[in-house]
Design a protein around this ligand. Structure first.
Ligand code: 3PG
Length: 415
């Protein structure tokens, strides 16, 4: 259980509120234009709208990309998108904690929103430290004296001890924003209080964390079944001793995944009934879908999807679930010949009566593509942070909020 204060605990009218959101979005590497505004929309329509409506002077902090990477940009267009979504003026200033930023903050009126420059434009942002150490930095020392409250809304960055995530919590009254609050409540539901049978569907190409997540949810009786697809299922099949074929094994080796095999093997021995692997697969043979039972492997052709019989088996298990967590597509869903597994499983999850939580970039894109968004109980805004939380890790951004709540229990902004 996580204890933290929320926007309900503070009167923000005419108060200066620093809000750390995660506007980090997909951008076109050439034009640098945001191509998916899902995260901006989520913060806008919850925390930022509420603060503006309650008359706060809102100062928005966020990162976009990593310096030197193609998705690194300033936040001018994010402020414009925010303005379009909220249909109210949003100011942007190309400064983070210099005179320009401080003057813009000083001039804010109740109900107005100001977006500051990308926090990662300042190299100190990503240096490691405790909340107390991060509170000594230029960013916090310059901005905190101008603010009455810090609102942490960027759950998807809560796995980072970045200055803007944890530094303000050491010196300002702090609260979780609505996105942070919602994400933590949902996570609490699926990790600490899942309705059983609880089914985890794990797929996708990022298999690095699959062992640690599986270990945590199985050893702690969180999941009753783990249904696997994507590269993760291939790694687990290899750990079971199934001969997949040279190309597939070379791929797993290239991705440095083979070192996970002994740990996965042990897990398969300990949980032979809970971990469910494909019984048939769809091979990509010159662009065509050809299904074979797993017993007919190895194959020189790559595995691009789970097979029809596997889909039937997974649908059956999902239909009896009371709660479902889904992370990652079951195959190469972008290719219409190999989307069957992902589409059918995701539709089954969406149409089931179980509570469902989905997270991760490709998962959300697939859910969106199949127009299932409204039928999933909760879609997390997070990628890496969700993965770390599912591995049972405590996230620095959440610890900082909890600590702030403990130490400043009676310290609220005067009405
Ligand atoms: C994310 O997209 O997962 C968050 O915005 C964190 O981004 P980062 O991995 O660059 O810290």
């Amino acid at each position: 259980m996580v204890y933290f204060k929320t926007l309900d605990d503070f009167n923000v009218k005419n108060k200066t509120v620093i809000v750390r959101v995660d506007f980090n979005s997909e951008v076109d590497p050439q034009t640098k234009q945001v191509t998916n505004d899902m995260r901006i929309r989520a913060h806008a329509l919850s925390t930022l709208k509420e603060l503006a409506e309650k008359g706060a002077k809102t100062v928005v902090l966020s990162h976009q990309g990593r310096k030197g990477e193609p998705d690194y940009t300033n936040l001018e267009q994010h402020a414009e998108i925010l303005q379009q979504i909220l249909k109210c003026p949003v100011e942007y200033v190309d400064d983070l904690f210099g005179e320009k930023a401080k003057n813009a903050i000083a001039q804010l009126q109740g109900g107005e929103i100001l977006v500051l420059e990308n926090v990662r434009s300042w190299s100190g942002e990503t240096k490691k430290g405790t909340p107390a150490q991060q509170s000594e930095t230029e960013l916090v020392q310059n901005l905190a004296p101008l603010a009455d409250l810090f609102v942490s809304d960027a759950f998807s960055v809560a796995h980072r001890d970045n200055v803007s995530m944890i530094g303000f919590t050491a010196v300002l009254p702090s609260a979780a924003g609505r996105i942070m609050e919602c994400e933590l409540k949902q996570l609490n539901k699926v990790l600490e209080n899942p309705c059983h049978p609880c089914v985890y569907v794990m797929g996708g190409a990022k298999a690095d964390d699959s062992l640690e997540i599986s270990k945590y949810i199985l050893n702690n009786n969180v999941a009753d079944n783990l249904l696997l697809g994507g590269i993760i299922s291939q790694l687990f099949m290899a750990a079971k001793g199934i001969q997949l074929g040279k190309g597939t094994m070379d791929y797993l080796e290239k991705k440095e995944l083979l070192n996970l095999i002994p740990g996965i093997h042990e897990l398969l021995v300990n949980y032979p009934d809970k971990i469910v692997l494909p019984i048939d697969v769809a091979l990509n043979i010159d662009g065509k879908r050809v299904e074979i039972p797993v017993s007919q492997l190895p194959s020189e052709h790559p595995i691009f999807d789970i097979g029809t019989k596997t889909v039937e088996k997974y649908v059956d298990i999902i239909s009896n679930a009371q709660s479902i967590v889904v992370s990652g597509p079951l195959g190469v869903y972008e290719d219409s010949a190999f989307c069957y597994g992902t589409k059918t499983i995701f539709e089954t999850i969406a149409n089931s009566n179980a509570s469902s939580l989905a997270g991760g970039g490709n998962t959300i894109a697939a859910i969106d593509q199949y127009r299932l968004t409204d039928k999933i109980s909760y879609i997390s805004t997070a990628g890496g942070a969700l993965v770390e939380a599912l591995m049972g890790k405590r996230l620095p951004g959440v610890i900082a909020l909890e600590t702030a709540t403990e130490t400043k229990k009676f310290y609220a902004i005067p009405a």
